[in-house]
Structures are given as C-alpha cells and as structure tokens.
Ligand binder design. Structure first.
Ligand code: UDX
Length: 442
C-alpha cells in the first residue's frame, strides 16, 4: 500500500510503525537517537512490550519496515507521516513541544509531495493549528489521530481498538487516513475480528486533540473515585471489590478501571492530567475534577502506608515489596506507586527488599535492595507487600511464602488475591477497602 513515515520510534512510534507494516503498508521509522536506531535496525526493541520484538523482526525481514535517521530518505514518496515524538512535561505541567517543532522543521525541509502529517503521541491542545503554520501549508495537511495504547497490550490495542479518532479540517486528509486504517476499520487483516469493528470518529483537529486527554483523565478519575470509596469501605466495614462489581454492572458506569489499589501510575495519566489543567489555566479556567483526581491519587499512598503502620512498627521492620513496574506486563517505572511506597517505608526506617519479574534495578533508590526472586525477597520479612499484580505473584505458593517470612502480614495493594487462600496459609491479610473480606458471605 502507501509509504508511511513514523517520526520518533520510542514506545508509541515503534508500536505504530510495526503494526502499520503488519497491515500491509511500507513503513519507514525515523529515529535521531543513534543507539536506539542501531538497536531497532538490528531488530532489538529497547523496552519491554510483549509481541513487539517478533512483529518488528518479521516486518523488517519482509522488507515492509525499515529505520533511518534521514528525513530526506523518509520523506521521499511518503504520503502520510505520523509524529510520535515525546512531549515530556515542563515544570508547570504543560507539555514540552520542542521535539515536535524540530520534527516539523525537518519535514518542511524535505517534504517532496502532498502529505498528511498526523500527530499521534499526545500533543498539547492547539498543536495541529500551530503545526499548520509551521509546516509548508501548500503541500501538507495536518491531522490528529490520538493513540490509546496501553503498555503491555499495545499491539492488541492498536490492531483491535475500540475506536479510531481522526481529526482534521481537511476532508481529503481524513479520507487518506481512513485508507491507511481500512484493514483495521474493517478488521480485514490476518487475525482481524470482523465482528468487532472499531468505532470511527471523524472530527476537527481540536476535538481529536482533547479526546486523548479527556479519555485518560476519565480513566484516572474512575480509579481515584474507587480508591476514595475504598477508604470509606475500610472505615465502615464494607468490601470495595464487591461495590465495584455491583456499580460496574450498571452499563452507564461500566466495570473496567474500577479496581481499587495503591493508585495509578505510568507515563500518561499524571502527565495528561497536568496538561489538561495547564490548558484550562491558559484559558482562564480552573479544572476542579482533574485536580481532585491527582490529589486522591497522592493521598492513596498515605492511606496505604498508614494502613501498614497501623499493623507494624515501620522503624526497623523488614518488608518485602513484590512488584516494581507501574503495572504488570511492562518494565516501566515512570510514576510507579511501588517507588513512592518504597521511599515512604525507607523514610520511616524500614528495610525494604523488592523483587520484580522484569525490573532488576532502581538506580534512583539506593537504599532499596533488589532480590533475585520472590522467595529471596520474602525471606525473614515481617510483612510482604504486593504492589504490582504480576501473574508470578498470583501463582505463588502462599504456604512457602508464609514459611519463609518472619512475620505474618500479607498486604495486597491491588486486591488481587483470594482472601481465604491467604488466611488459610496462616497469613494475616490486608487489602484496600476490603475490611469485610475476612468474613466472606458465601
Ligand atoms: C493508559 C491508558 O489506558 C491508555 O489508553 C493511554 O494510551 C496511556 O495511558 P497505561 O499507562 O499503559 O495506559 O496503563 P493502564 O493500563 O491504563 O493503567 C494505568 C495505571 O492505573 C496503572 O498503574 C494501573 O495499575 C492503574 N489501574 C488501572 C488501577 O489502579 N485500577 C484499575 O482499575 C486500572
């Protein structure tokens, strides 16, 4: 099909490039970081994402995917360029658009034929309009196509999305993007699910840009909301997991993103909420709900550490921390609740030993010991705290765990364990908002 360039081959760009190649396009990834370029060229993905190394290598072998640092080569004959460069947060919460600006200038320099330039990674609201002015307006149309990829399931999220959002003021640009996405829209690629076609939203630039922020803010809001309910559930003697099940059965609410725990982390939610607040401020508006979503998430760490300190004198305690990644299936530590908890426990004078199936070092926390296995981490511990619900932890032999520990406190920061299984192993269970979970009704 058409030749497509993907500028920036970090997490989002690498997934987008490999997936677009896999549905039949001829894709060139543009990467200015020499070590990342070399790594990708040799088929090595420099981060953890299940299935991506295999997909990337197979598409490179087929000749439908290549990587370059030359805009000149990448722009030659290209009909669509996806911008997937990073937009890290500035101190005031607004996104840093330097990388987008640099990419836009390079595209302008080398654009050879009519092209649609698409912002894919999260960009500040208003970027499309600003790019329109920055890039040669005659030959280039700007579009926004926000990504909704979750780490750990990014390939599935790209190939089987709930919806595809295409925003542009140029109807022809949207039509071009519909063609790019047609195999996904119709689920006609090998492995597609024609009975599960994604929704297609065609809209203007600003609407598409705000969709991304609104979606992430809403998801974070659901989590903060259920975490607040969890606090109440603990106070009154209820079980928040059952509250979540019951309210989630109402289709107006929906059951996903209602798992109470130690709070949300990752590279997107915090950054996007801050950006939404900064955008509101720049328009003289105050974003009350997003502020509360962040505040509840911060308070959740206090709430959690408070629960632990109610049971255990943290000064001098030995604590096993199971899980470091901000969620299972990734090696990402950005904004990880595990690190906030570890820092707090160490500050209170506890000795903390962590184990994670993938993350093997945390340079920024020198006082955090890392064990080579969960059995090593829990040996001699007064308390075991599970912060990331990796499968490896869910299948631990709890009797072995109890035997290895010095104390009997088992803290399930993700409400991921069966309470009876934990207590049957002789452990004392603490969950989040599961005060009544010790006495199951059935
Ligand atoms: C998120 C969005 O889901 C995705 O659409 C967007 O493109 C990027 O941001 P991601 O950061 O990969 O994806 O992780 P996600 O699965 O959404 O989880 C975010 C955090 O919320 C994790 O720390 C997770 O543990 C936590 N979480 C999630 C909860 O605490 N409870 C839940 O019910 C769900």
């Amino acid at each position: 099909m058409s030749k497509i360039a993907v500028v920036g081959t970090g997490y989002v760009g690498a997934v987008v490039a490999a997936c677009l190649a896999s549905i039949g396009h001829d894709v060139v990834g543009v990467e200015s970081n020499p070590s990342r370029l070399e790594s990708l060229r040799s088929g090595v993905v420099p981060f953890h994402e299940p299935g991506l190394p295999e997909l990337l290598s197979s598409q490179m072998e087929k000749g439908s995917l290549e990587f370059t640092d030359s805009y000149q080569d990448a722009m030659d004959g290209t009909a669509v360029t996806f911008l997937c460069v990073g937009t890290p947060s500035l101190p005031d919460g607004s996104p840093d658009t330097n990388q987008i600006e640099n990419a836009a200038r390079s595209i302008s320099e080398w654009v050879a034929n009519p092209m649609v330039v698409v912002t894919k990674s999260t960009v500040p609201i208003g970027s499309g309009r600003w790019l329109n002015e920055l890039i040669d307006g005659d030959r280039v149309s700007i579009a926004s196509n926000p990504e909704f990829l979750r780490e750990g399931s990014a390939l599935k999220d790209f190939l089987h999305p709930d919806r595809i959002v295409l925003g542009s003021d140029d109807a022809a640009a949207i039509a071009t993007l519909v063609e790019v996405y047609r195999p996904i829209i119709e689920q006609s690629f090998t492995g597609g699910r024609p009975d599960h076609r994604p929704g297609l939203v065609r809209t203007n630039l600003e609407t598409a840009e705000i969709v991304k922020y609104a979606a992430n803010a809403f998801l974070a809001m659901k989590i903060s909301f259920i975490n607040e309910v969890a606090m109440l559930a603990d106070a009154v003697g209820a079980d928040v997991t059952e509250v979540a099940t019951a309210i989630g059965m109402d289709q107006r609410i929906g059951s996903s993103f209602l798992a109470a725990g130690v709070g949300w982390g990752g590279s997107c939610f915090g950054k996007d909420l801050a950006a939404l607040q900064a955008t509101a401020r720049s328009h003289g508006l105050e974003s009350l709900i997003t502020g509360a979503v962040v505040a509840v998430n911060e308070r959740q760490i206090d709430f959690f550490v408070g629960k632990l300190s109610d049971q255990l004198d943290l000064a001098g305690a030995t604590i096993a921390l199971l899980g470091l990644a901000f969620k299972p299936g990734t090696d990402d530590l950005r904004d990880a609740p595990s690190l906030k908890v570890a820092r707090r426990l160490i500050d209170f004078g506890a000795t903390v030993t962590a184990y994670d199936p993938i993350v093997t070092s945390v340079p920024e926390l020198a006082n955090l010991a890392i064990a080579p296995s969960w059995t090593d981490a829990v040996s001699g511990a007064d308390a075991t705290v599970v912060v990331t619900e990796w499968d490896e932890f869910l299948s631990m032999n709890l009797t072995t765990l109890a035997d290895k520990m010095a104390g009997d406190l088992f803290v399930d920061a993700r409400n991921a364990f069966n309470v009876a299984a934990v207590t049957d192993a002789g452990l004392s269970y603490i969950g989040i908002g599961r005060a009544s979970a010790h006495t199951p009704q059935d």
